[in-house]
Design a protein around this ligand. Structure first.
Ligand code: HEM
Length: 498
């Protein structure tokens, strides 16, 4: 067959096939009943509007406009992919509970690039399950009671004890110091203030700036610097790991020691696990503590009620001559739990999650095509006026039941299913109980020892990661709580003695 004959025969068939597939694709696309929405600009999609910073206690103009135009479920083009955005409580639950079956965790590639391919945030399937078991084991309730409560209190006091009378401090930085020191101790037995811990903290700050920046890997960008910090941090962890392997008898009771002894993870996997736990356990809790400090300074009635609750606990401890908080004390912090829940509901440290559809899914008449990105926006549910009365209002009492106790996990105004600050389903936050404990213990010593006010106007913004642009500057007055004692025994400040 000559070239000409070949072209005349084959080219039309190729063209016909292309046309056929094009029509098939269009027919398939047409047969989907997609939610309404706007796919935005080619390539850019609607990223600019979606990622534009807004006040953390709101859902932002973009979301507001989209929900009022299209409803709580809409289509868009975000993070370079066709996307279904959900501000619908039912769909969010459905997505999270069907992890691995209909949907799968799917964070942008850049997150894997910086946190590592073995990071828990990006792993799926069996490997995710293995890593999760290790994390849950290490953050179990039993460990919280026996180890972590004491550590949390010690690290709280270390930070609060450094505040000078009538000084201005950056509450967000102080909260970060607290959660970093706690995680560094718990994961690798690093002591606060030691040069190696401070060096790691410095690297970690650069690393964090890159995690939340645009993933542009060019000289001088925050992302490039973060990648460099990542390798410095990994080197640091690796050195500690090798010391442990050499020095078997000196096994520390920390995550690193436990993983080396009890798991068959490779060196690379352990490094990514340690780094991702440091990340997951440090940023979120510190911002939550800063948010609680911020919300409380504008709600004196809540501070008063908190103080009464904690004075009661401190008084009972004093009478039984105990110093350190124990699990029973923690369980008495009922109004504190209301403050914690309300802070998480209104502040929304984690605003949305990244998932993708593993197959075509139909939900309430809408199709979610296989392979599409799905974003359950948990913040939009927490700020939905049809679920939470006056959602923009900081109201810890909404979490009380009719007897005034903390209605475990549920607001009287709504079903507890709508409250998902820690996600849900098989990927529910592994550190949720630790996070609540950290917030409660920090608040305990804060309200017992300090009064505070904003030293400069500041408020939390969603970038979409939540941050106080000025670091939340507050002026603190040291007013320690004194228990009435017999004339012979001088008042003591428990935090000075630990
Ligand atoms: C108030 C503080 C915290 C909030 C709001 C929070 C929120 C979340 C959310 C929403 C997820 C789910 C991510 C997803 O499904 O894609 C998550 C996962 C996770 N969190 Fe937290 N978190 C907090 C504190 C902590 C702490 C203190 C730790 C301790 C190390 C921790 C460890 C983890 C881990 C390991 C995962 C991954 C779980 C998995 O994939 O199975 N978190 N967190």
């Amino acid at each position: 067959m000559s070239d000409l004959e070949f072209s005349l025969l084959v080219l039309p068939s190729i063209l016909a096939s292309l046309l056929f597939f094009h029509l098939l694709l269009r027919r398939n696309q047409k047969s989907y009943h997609l939610p309404p929405g706007n796919m935005g600009w080619p390539l850019l999609g609607e990223n600019i509007g979606y990622l534009k910073p807004y006040k953390a206690t709101t859902i932002g103009k973009f979301m507001e406009e989209h929900i009022s135009k299209y409803g709580k479920i809409y289509k868009s083009n975000l993070f370079g992919e066709p996307t279904i955005v959900s501000a619908d409580a039912g769909l969010n639950r459905f997505i999270l509970q069907n992890e691995g079956r209909l949907f799968e965790c799917s964070y942008p590639r850049s997150i894997g690039g910086i946190l590592g391919k073995w990071s828990m945030l990006v792993l799926v399937g069996d490997m995710h399950r293995n890593m999760r078991i290790i994390s849950l084991n290490f953050l179990s309730n039993a460990r919280l009671r026996t180890h972590l409560l004491q550590e949390v209190e010690k690290h709280t006091l270390l930070v609060l004890g450094s505040w000078k009378q009538n000084s201005v401090i950056c509450a967000q930085d102080e909260a970060k110091k607290f959660t970093f020191n706690l995680m560094a101790k718990h994961i690798m037995s690093l002591d606060p203030g030691k040069p190696e811990t401070e060096q790691l903290k410095k690297e970690y700050i650069t690393f964090m700036k890159g995690v939340v920046s645009a993933p542009l890997n060019f000289p001088g960008t925050a992302y490039r610097k973060a990648l460099q910090s990542r390798s410095t941090i990994l080197q640091f962890i690796e050195i500690r790991m090798e010391e442990r392997i050499k020095n078997e008898c000196k096994a520390e009771d920390d995550l690193l020691g436990w993983v080396l002894k009890n798991s068959s993870l490779s060196k690379e996997q352990i490094l990514d696990l340690v780094l991702s736990l440091l990340f997951a356990g440090h940023e979120t809790s510190s911002v939550s503590i800063a948010l609680a400090i911020y919300f409380l300074q504008s709600c004196p009635k809540a501070v008063q009620e908190l103080r009464e609750e904690h004075e009661e606990i401190a008084k009972a401890k004093k009478q039984s001559q105990q110093m350190e908080l124990n699990w029973d004390d923690y369980k008495k912090m009922e109004f504190t739990q209301c403050v914690v829940s309300e802070t998480l509901r209104l502040g929304n440290v984690v605003r949305f999650l990244h998932r993708k559809a593993l197959r075509d899914v139909r939900y309430r008449g809408y199709d979610i095509p296989c392979g599409w990105k799905v974003l359950p926006v948990i913040a939009a549910v927490h700020l939905d006026p049809s679920l939470f009365d006056q959602p923009q209002h900081f109201n810890p009492w909404r979490w009380q039941d009719s007897r005034g106790s903390y209605a475990h996990g549920s607001s009287t105004a709504t079903s507890n299913n709508d409250f998902m600050p820690f996600g849900g389903g098989p990927r529910l936050c592994a550190g949720s109980e630790l996070a609540k404990l950290e917030m409660a213990v920090f608040l305990h010593h804060l309200v017992l020892n300090y009064h505070w006010e904003l030293a400069d106007a500041d408020q939390a913004f969603a970038f979409p990661f939540v941050d106080f642009p000025k670091g939340l500057p507050i002026r603190v007055q040291h007013k320690p709580f004194c228990v009435e004692t017999t004339p012979t025994s001088p008042p003591t400040f428990p935090w000075k003695n630990i």
